[in-house]
Design a protein around this ligand. Sequence first.
Ligand code: UDP
Ligand code: MG
Length: 331
Amino acid sequence: MSNSEFQRKLISVVIPCLNEEEVIEVTYQRLIDTLCSVPATEFEWIFVDDGSRDRTPSILRGLQTADPRVRVVLLSRNFGHQMAVTAGVEHAAGDAVVLIDADLQDPPETILEMLSQWRSGADVAYGSRIDRAGETAFKRWTARIFYRAINRIADTAIPLDTGDFRLMDRKVVNALLELPERDRFIRGMVAWLGFRQRPVHYRRAARAGGQTKYPLRKMVRFALDGILSFSIMPLRLATWFGFATASLAILAITYALFVRLLTSAWVPGWTFLLIAVCSIGGVQLLCLGMVGEYIGRIYGEAKRRPLYVVRERLGFATSGLSRTRRRRLAV
Ligand code: UDP
Ligand code: MG
């Protein structure tokens, strides 16, 4: 891509926010300070409010009034991080779209390097964490194990220690928006898409303020979405459990018949029986649960509900109305 071609590019920065009143203004200022020096590149800042209950929406309104490049999508309730990101991406008009958290854990300076990767031909420049400061040892360890586990069992290679912090070219964004699934594991979906993807290494900082919006419950749910959307390994595991218990059962039956018919030593072996009943029952319930997880997700997909509901949009009137996505959204 030649330099002059690059100069006319619009970059959309998507920032999902849930109760981020402490940090939003700081984040906005850091983004402006860091990126406005990029020569002749235009930016639009798309803040998605994911049903905050604090002053986040009114702060965003203020930012929008002061800066016409700020666009705000207010969702009707909390739809979750991945949905908020999806909403932002769907509203973006840029030639490239950057995803970044609102809490400054992902340093805006890294975007500069993502931009230069993009300029030199990468379709996706994804942030790869070499260090996670300010996060609990528990979070660091669970994340570490999770990313390695999912790579062993998933059908798609998902880069290690990579979150949603990334830059995507318009063609990747359009392809991403063609994936309609509800259980969205965006970092995996982008990996699945292919294209030329390059890592940009960075140190994950501590939150600039406020608390994490990912309690353990949401982390587990997110990890499950990742595994179940990218692998049928758990279903296969159920089959293997089935084989293993069936083989054991054949051995046990043979043994029982042998003892019953050919020896006089048979006694009511309730210990053995109890163990057999409990273990087989346990394995069956486990397998049923695994199947159920997938069926539940199929049910969710079958309802075909929209992924999120917008309460209000601010700042879109002045922006690239002709862009395809926005036309589709009738913004
Ligand atoms: N977030 C959101 N909806 C949610 C949870 C989180 O929009 O239901 C946003 C949050 O405001 C932040 C980003 O997603 O900008 C990442 O969340 P957080 O920093 O709490 O997660 P962590 O970095 O602790 O994993
Ligand atoms: Mg964070």
